[in-house]
Design a protein around this ligand. Structure first.
Ligand SMILES: NC(=O)c1ccc[n+]([C@@H]2O[C@H](COP(=O)([O-])OP(=O)(O)OC[C@H]3O[C@@H](n4cnc5c(N)ncnc54)[C@H](O)[C@@H]3O)[C@@H](O)[C@H]2O)c1
Length: 354
């Protein structure tokens, strides 16, 4: 690997005793999600966290207690320019992602960026171009794509169990956690948007979003509809003002219908052999409707820590020069849909073409 800035990674992954390469990770942001990212990159066979940076003293203290041997930094510049770091993980609020990721890429680091990738499509495009120019990898943390449930749903779609898709309808609501810099769409919808991109082969053509703000000047309740080719429709309900936490997705297919309740410990997925068939009756306008109501079964879902699988996959992509499926382009597409949803929200549900 070349070491000059602009032509490749700034560092050559360290070799460990087994002869295997070790990817050294620096994590910026040790707030709510950062500790999970640190734990999962630190626990891999071929990666370890060598530095954690957070502006906040309490966060630094927590990181030091958990990882006494890991270097602590207050200024992100120190981490972004360190020569013994191969990957920078950006686990800070979304408005900081672009600057931090850009500086990391300029300093020859691969980048693991939290969702949503950036605040604008222009920023995402610039980062993708910069990474390509410098032969570096970007992974956007679309954690749900690595869960046992989403992996199994993808299989059930790919092997034709559900048949042609009719709709994806998700409810992702709870009380809090209120964000100051983004509305509820940018906070919660990236999960569903990335899952829909992963599960549905078609790309959405238009977005409609409605919502309302009640407390701190950003929308805290929102409803997003996505129109796809072949009459597939997607709907996402996101809400920070719900008295109960709900994480339920319905996926309707021509052959089977699926319910994914992510809060269920065991039977997260349920497949219903239910459907509707229409056929013409005697008269021209007479339609015969028949309902099919067969068995319900719950397919086995692998119990994996999604972030652990994702961290291992990123390390593998770097060591074996593979492009992750949740790369910058995947992050960009989610940002495009978020921007369109915001535009529609501002115009009280105007349809926005993608
Ligand atoms: N993938 C997931 O499921 C998931 C879950 C939660 C949050 N997230 C994402 O993770 C990111 C962080 O969210 P959070 O809830 O942990 O936020 P948070 O506010 O709890 O933590 C962010 C931390 O970053 C630090 N920070 C901010 N700017 C910094 C800088 N320039 N240098 C050093 N430290 C800096 C802050 O001090 C804070 O401790 C967001 O993008 C969010 O969308 C992803």
């Amino acid at each position: 690997m070349a070491t000059r800035l602009g032509v490749g990674p700034s560092s050559i992954p360290m070799k460990i005793e087994t002869g295997k390469e070790m990817i050294r990770v620096g994590v910026i942001g040790y707030g709510y999600w950062g500790p999970n990212v640190v734990r999962n990159f630190h626990g891999q066979e071929q990666s370890k966290v060598v530095a954690v940076c957070d502006q906040n003293r309490n966060c630094q203290r927590r990181a030091h207690q958990a990882y006494p041997s890991v270097r602590l930094m207050e200024d992100s510049k120190d981490l972004l320019t360190a020569t013994d770091i191969d990957v920078v993980a950006v686990v800070t609020p979304v408005w900081t992602h672009y600057e931090l990721a850009k500086t990391a890429l300029e300093n020859g680091k691969h980048v693991f960026v939290e969702k949503p990738f950036t605040c604008t499509t222009a920023q995402a495009e610039e980062l993708i171009e910069l990474a390509e120019r410098n032969h570096l990898k970007i992974m956007v943390d679309h954690t749900f794509l690595f869960t046992g449930a989403v992996t199994r749903i993808r299989q059930l779609i790919d092997d034709g169990t559900l048949g042609d898709l009719y709709y994806y309808d998700s409810t992702r609501v709870n009380l809090g956690l209120f964000q100051h810099d983004v509305n509820v769409i940018w906070d919660l919808a990236p999960h569903d948007l990335s899952i829909m991109d992963y599960l549905i082969k078609e790309k959405p053509e238009a977005v409609v979003a409605t919502g309302e703000q009640h407390l701190n000047g950003v929308a805290d309740v929102a409803f997003i509809t996505l129109y796809y080719p072949n009459n597939i429709i997607g709907h996402i309900n996101v809400n920070w003002l719900s008295p109960v936490k709900v994480r339920t997705t319905l996926i309707g297919g021509e052959k089977k219908m699926l319910v994914w309740n992510d809060l269920e410990a065991d039977e997260k997925l349920k497949i219903y052999d239910k459907g509707v068939q229409m056929s013409s009756g005697e008269g021209m306008y007479q339609l015969l409707v028949s309902y099919r109501s067969g068995d319900m079964w719950s397919p086995k879902v692998e119990q994996v820590e999604a972030l652990k699988a994702e961290a291992a996959y990123f390390v593998d992509c770097i060591l074996n020069n593979k492009t992750p499926f949740n790369d910058g382009a995947a992050g960009l597409h989610v940002v495009k849909m978020l921007e369109a949803a915001d535009e529609s929200l501002k115009q009280k549900g105007k349809i926005i073409q993608l």
